[in-house]
Design a protein around this ligand. Structure first.
Ligand code: PFF
Length: 481
C-alpha cells in the first residue's frame, strides 16, 4: 500500500526534509535576505526618492507578498516534490488542467536566469572582501586598528576600483567562478547537510553583523538624515513605474514568483504551522531591508555622498565613506562579509530550484543536476559580465521601450524582475485562489476560518487585480498618457 502511494506520487526517491522548523525558517529567511535587501533595496529607495517608495513597498509586502509566501509554501508542502511536479500533482488532485504546471516552469527558468547575474554581482562582493581584507591585515600589522580603510589610496583611486574591476574580464570571471563554486558545493551536499547547515551558521552571524554595523553607523554617521530620507514620503514620486519597481522588488526580495518557496516548502514537515511561519519570513525580510537602509544611508550622508548613486552605491560610494570614517578598515571588511553571507544563502536557494526540478522531473542525481544548472548559470553569467565591458553596446531588448537601453545584465535583471516574477506571482495567485481545490487549500493552509477568509480575499482578488494593473501600467507606461 505504502509503495503504491509512493508510486502514485510520481517520485522515485523519498523527498528529503528539513530537520526542524527552525532549520526551515532560517533557510527561508536566508533565501529571502540577500543582495535584494542590502544592495537593491537601498539603491532603489535612493533612486526613487525614499519615503513614498518605502511605504508603497511595505504595503506590497503585507497585502500581496505575505499571502503569496503562504501560497507557495503550501503548494510545495502539498505537492511534496519539485515545483513543476508539485503544481501538476495539485492540479490532478483538483481535477484541473495539468498544464498549469507550466507556470512552475516559468519559475524554474527565472531562478536559473537570476542566479546567473546574481553570482556576477556577488563576485564583486568577493573582490571587495579581498581588497578590504588585505587592507585590514596591513593595518593590523601596523597596529592601526581604528584607522580608515585604504589609506594608501586617493579618493579617486578608491572610486576608480569598480571601473577597473569592470574592465578586467579575467578578474570578473574568477570572482564569479569562486562564488558559483561555493554555491554549487553547498547545494550538491543536499538539503540537510548543505543548505540547512549553511543557513544555520551564516544567518545568525549575518544578523549580528547587521545590528553591529547599524549601531556603528548610528554613532559615527548621520542617522537623522537617513531616517528623514527613508520615511518622509513625497507621494508625487509614486509613478506607475515606481510602483512597478517596488512590487517587482518585493517579489525579488521575498523570493516570490520563481518557485523558490515552493521548492523549500516541499521539504517542510506536516506539523509546521504555515501561516505564522510565512509571517516570520515576510517580517524578517522586510525588517532586514529597512535596517539595511538604516545601516547604509547614515554612512552615505555622513560623508556627503549621493543617496541616488544607483547600483554603484554600495560598491563605489561606501568604500569612500569607509576611507574617511574611524575604524573604517575593520567595518568595511565586515560590511562586505555581511553582504557575502546574505548573497550566498540566497544563491543557494536559486540553484536549488532548477536542481530539484532536475531531480524530480528528469530523474538526475543531485550532483548531476546541480552541476548542470550551476554550470549553465555560470556560462550565462559570463555573458552578463561581458555586457559590463566588451558587449556593453549590445541591447538585447531594444525593441521594448522600457528595456531598450539595457545591456545584457541589466536587461536580464529588468526582464526577470518586472515581467517574469510578477507573472509567476500572478499565476500562483490565480492557481491557489481559483484553480486548486478549495478544501485542499483550506486544509493545507492550517488557518482558522476568519484568517482564511482574509487570506483568500487577498490571494483570489487583490493579488491578481493589483499585480495585473501594476504589470500593465508599469510595462506600457504609454497607456496612461
Ligand atoms: N530574495 C533574494 C534577495 O533578496 O537577494 C533573491 C532571490 C533569492 C530571489 C531566491 C529569488 C529566489 F528564489
Amino acid at each position: 500500500m505504502a509503495a503504491t502511494e509512493t508510486a502514485a506520487m510520481g517520485s522515485a526517491t523519498a523527498q528529503p526534509g528539513w530537520s526542524s522548523r527552525t532549520a526551515f525558517v532560517l533557510a527561508a529567511i536566508g533565501a529571502a535576505v540577500g543582495l535584494g535587501n542590502v544592495w537593491r533595496f537601498p539603491t532603489l529607495a535612493g533612486e526613487s526618492g525614499g519615503g513614498a517608495f518605502v511605504i508603497f513597498y511595505v504595503a506590497c509586502v503585507v497585502l500581496i507578498g505575505l499571502p503569496l509566501i503562504l501560497s507557495e509554501v503550501m503548494i510545495g508542502r502539498a505537492g511534496n516534490t519539485d515545483a513543476v511536479g508539485s503544481i501538476r500533482k495539485i492540479s490532478e488532485l483538483s481535477g484541473s488542467n495539468p498544464r498549469w504546471k507550466y507556470f512552475g516552469v516559468i519559475g524554474v527558468v527565472a531562478a536559473f536566469l537570476i542566479l546567473s547575474f546574481y553570482s556576477v554581482v556577488a563576485g564583486w562582493v568577493v573582490y571587495y572582501i579581498g581588497v578590504m581584507g588585505a587592507d585590514l591585515v596591513a593595518n593590523l600589522g601596523n597596529g592601526d586598528l581604528f584607522g580608515g580603510a585604504l589609506q594608501a589610496e586617493t579618493t579617486a583611486q578608491v572610486q576608480g576600483r569598480m571601473g577597473a574591476l569592470f574592465e578586467n574580464v579575467e578578474l570578473l570571471i574568477t570572482m564569479h567562478l569562486i562564488f558559483m563554486g561555493i554555491t554549487l558545493w553547498v547545494v550538491s551536499r543536499g538539503v540537510t547537510e548543505g543548505i540547512e547547515k549553511a543557513a544555520t551558521y551564516l544567518m545568525p552571524t549575518f544578523f549580528v553583523l547587521l545590528i553591529g554595523i547599524t549601531i556603528y553607523g548610528g554613532i559615527v554617521g548621520d542617522m537623522g538624515e537617513a531616517l528623514r530620507f527613508m520615511f518622509s514620503p513625497d507621494f508625487s514620486k509614486l509613478t506607475p513605474q515606481v510602483m512597478n519597481t517596488a512590487l517587482g522588488q518585493a517579489f525579488f526580495s521575498l523570493s516570490l514568483g520563481v518557485a523558490g518557496l515552493i521548492t523549500y516548502g516541499s521539504y517542510v514537515s506536516r506539523d509546521t504551522p504555515l501561516g505564522t511561519t510565512s509571517g516570520m519570513i515576510a517580517f524578517a525580510d522586510t525588517a532586514v531591508a529597512l535596517i539595511a537602509g538604516l545601516m547604509i544611508f547614515p554612512i552615505v550622508f555622513a560623508v556627503g555622498l549621493d543617496p541616488a548613486a544607483g547600483p554603484t552605491l554600495v560598491f563605489q560610494s561606501l568604500p569612500i565613506a569607509f576611507q574617511q570614517m574611524p575604524a573604517g578598515s575593520v567595518v568595511g571588511f565586515l560590511f562586505f562579509v555581511l553582504i557575502f553571507f546574505a548573497a550566498l544563502t540566497s544563491s543557494i536557494s536559486l540553484l536549488e530550484v532548477p536542481t530539484a526540478w532536475g531531480i524530480g522531473e528528469m530523474g538526475w542525481s543531485r550532483r548531476t543536476s546541480s552541476l548542470v544548472f550551476g554550470g549553465g548559470a555560470f556560462v550565462v553569467g559570463i555573458a552578463c559580465l561581458l555586457s559590463l565591458n566588451v558587449w556593453s553596446d549590445f541591447k538585447p531588448l531594444a525593441f521594448w521601450p522600457i528595456f531598450e537601453d539595457l545591456a545584457i545584465m541589466d536587461a536580464l535583471d529588468g526582464f526577470t524582475g518586472k515581467v517574469m516574477l510578477p507573472l509567476g506571482a500572478l499565476l500562483t495567485s490565480i492557481f491557489v485562489g481559483w484553480i486548486a481545490d478549495r478544501k485542499l487549500v483550506r486544509a493545507e493552509s492550517g488557518l482558522g476560518s476568519s484568517m482564511f477568509g482574509v487570506w483568500r480575499f487577498l490571494i483570489a482578488w487583490l493579488c491578481p487585480i493589483a499585480v495585473t494593473l501594476i504589470l500593465v501600467f508599469g510595462l506600457f507606461p504609454g497607456l496612461i498618457g
